[in-house]
Design a protein around this ligand. Structure first.
Ligand SMILES: Cc1cc2nc3c(=O)[nH]c(=O)nc-3n(C[C@H](O)[C@H](O)[C@H](O)COP(=O)(O)OP(=O)(O)OC[C@H]3O[C@@H](n4cnc5c(N)ncnc54)[C@H](O)[C@@H]3O)c2cc1C
Length: 492
């Protein structure tokens, strides 16, 4: 057991709603600042990696970005070794992964950027195991938060009301009140926080929803023993509006592949065998279909269609109750195209840590409001990246397309063309995707000049087969370092 607490008197109890990635990381940063931290989770939590219904998206492929991995290791030292021990597959983004971008195949070379490919279940379990070992963090499972409690003046949150479905000492369905000095909501994209705030008299919350009507279908396969592909993962991007379909195959622990097909503009991938394979066959490259065609499925086909972008503007409410914080998908849920959710949950946790460190003494006044304002700023670029892509679909609802959106599409098409032509440019591209560099680097003079040189070029026609070899020799052995640190200002 690790004892992290150095809590000043007066910070007795913090409650976290939701025991998924955002909730676990929030609990980790709260632990040194409170005598005790309780994680309230609606689901039962297993002692092994296991799917649970509170996180339905876990069936589908989850990319762990390099920045996310760095944050996990920073908050929970040793977790990278846990992931490896659990069978997570190291993945070198240039040499071992095939990326069929809208502009063409990415070059193959040793990029120096490595992450892991693993199931979301394994990732959450490894995080949970580390968090469980912190002495003053307690888990209460099958405990559903149904309401916020406040002081009589409703200016301060004082706890939560919880429905306990399976506790031995209480009848199923019994409701109890838990008092807390700080409440953190990490209950995900379907949080009831907007309703709870309205019930307390805080008015109607502004929310931006942008929906490109994406759907996903995922199946797991045993990796064939005779698979001799010179790659570990394959990602065939959509090319909207002309091609609405994409697909990805990634390796998982247990010698498995996860294959997630996705379609925008209501072109949802089917969940029946024949329809699923036919959808795979219709992608821009036949390689994914050819690879899975003879492989042995080890799961049913799972569908998912609730993946709209949703940004909740807590920072814009004229009043904010003291002692309340909201983070993770409960604040900003992204279309998963860029795999940003877990990393942003980690960045939110680091921000909470910084805000707590900056609070004087045991004082918590102003913490929540300051946190929400800073988090809104942090979400800006990832939100623009996710939603900007969704505006390529004509049917997309919500938000506003502007001249700037059209310019960004034009500009990014050319950035991607450059990325398919030059290894150094692809490195920059994946560093931005991995949140190691801010998207602003695409506007540096050298890249802007390259974009202008392609001003009148259209995206090249698709060449369905990937490049055969590596454009620079592969270094032998596994690269051990990730692609450099985040920027010194901590924003990127
Ligand atoms: C299809 C899809 C694919 C994705 N792919 C990626 C990816 O590639 N990479 C990536 O980084 N992210 C991805 N994401 C996002 C990622 O899943 C989330 O960002 C991540 O799980 C962190 O979310 P969270 O912890 O805020 O919420 P969640 O993971 O949704 O967890 C919320 C938790 O709160 C609990 N809960 C809910 N209500 C209550 C309540 N009232 N009381 C108690 N407990 C409650 C739930 O049971 C659950 O455990 C994807 C999302 C989707 C939908």
């Amino acid at each position: 057991m690790f004892d992290l607490t150095t809590a000043p008197p007066g910070r007795r109890h913090a409650v976290v709603i939701g025991g998924s990635i955002a909730g676990l990381l929030a609990a980790r940063v709260l632990a040194p600042h409170f005598e005790r931290v309780s994680i309230l989770e609606r689901d039962r939590l297993a002692d092994q990696p296991e799917f649970r219904k509170g996180v339905p998206q876990a069936r589908h492929f989850h990319l762990l970005l390099a920045r996310g991995l760095m944050i996990l290791e920073q908050l929970l030292p040793g977790i990278e070794a846990d992931l490896q021990a659990g069978g997570a597959v190291p993945l070198e983004w240039g040499a071992e992964a095939l990326w069929f971008l809208p502009a063409g195949w990415a070059p193959r070379y040793y990029s120096g950027l490595r992450t892991y490919s693993l199931s979301r279940d394994l990732l959450e379990w490894c995080v949970r195991r580390r968090v469980r070992s912190i002495k003053n963090i307690a888990f209460r499972t099958t405990a559903e938060v149904i309401e916020l409690l406040s002081d009589p003046g409703r200016s301060r949150i004082s706890g939560v009301r919880v429905r306990c479905s399976q506790r031995a000492e209480s009848a199923p369905g019994a409701v109890e009140s838990l008092s807390a000095d700080l409440v953190v909501d990490a209950s995900g994209r379907n949080t009831r926080m907007p309703q709870w705030l309205e019930a307390l008299g805080y008015g109607s919350l502004e929310q931006t929803k942008i929906n490109a009507f994406m759907g996903y279908a995922t199946r797991y396969y045993a990796r064939p023993e005779n698979f001799h592909g010179q790659w570990k993962s394959l990602n065939v991007f959509r090319k909207p509006p002309a091609m609405l379909r994409g697909g990805a195959l990634f390796p998982l622990e247990g010698d498995r592949w996860i294959v997630t097909l996705g379609g925008g503009a209501r072109d949802y991938p089917p969940t029946d065998e024949a329809g699923y394979l036919e959808f795979a066959r219709s992608l821009r490259s036949p390689l994914l279909y050819e690879t899975i065609q003879g492989a042995r499925p080890v799961s049913p086909i799972y569908g998912f269609q609730n993946a709209e972008n949703c940004l909740r503007h807590y920072e814009r409410l004229p009043r904010w109750p003291e002692r309340l914080v909201v983070l993770g998908d409960a604040t900003c849920a992204f279309n998963p195209l860029y795999g940003q959710g877990i990393t942003m949950a980690g960045r939110g946790a680091l921000l909470l840590e910084r805000c707590l460190q900056e609070q004087p003494g045991a004082e918590l006044t102003g913490l929540g409001q300051r946190f929400q304002k800073n988090l809104a700023e942090l979400n800006t670029y990832p939100w623009l990246m996710a939603t900007g892509e969704d505006f390529r679909y004509p049917v997309t609802e919500g938000g506003q397309r502007s001249m700037r959106t059209r310019f960004m599409h034009w500009y990014m098409d050319r950035v991607q063309m450059l990325a398919t032509e030059k290894a150094s440019m692809f490195t920059t591209y994946i560093e931005v995707v991995n949140m190691l560099k801010p998207p602003g680097v695409f506007f540096q003079p050298e890249i802007a000049a390259g974009v202008l040189a392609k001003a009148f070029r259209r995206q090249p026609a698709d060449s369905p087969s990937p490049p055969g070899g590596f454009s620079t020799p592969m270094r032998t052995g596994d690269p051990s370092a990730l692609a450099g640190p985040a920027s010194p200002d901590g924003r990127y």
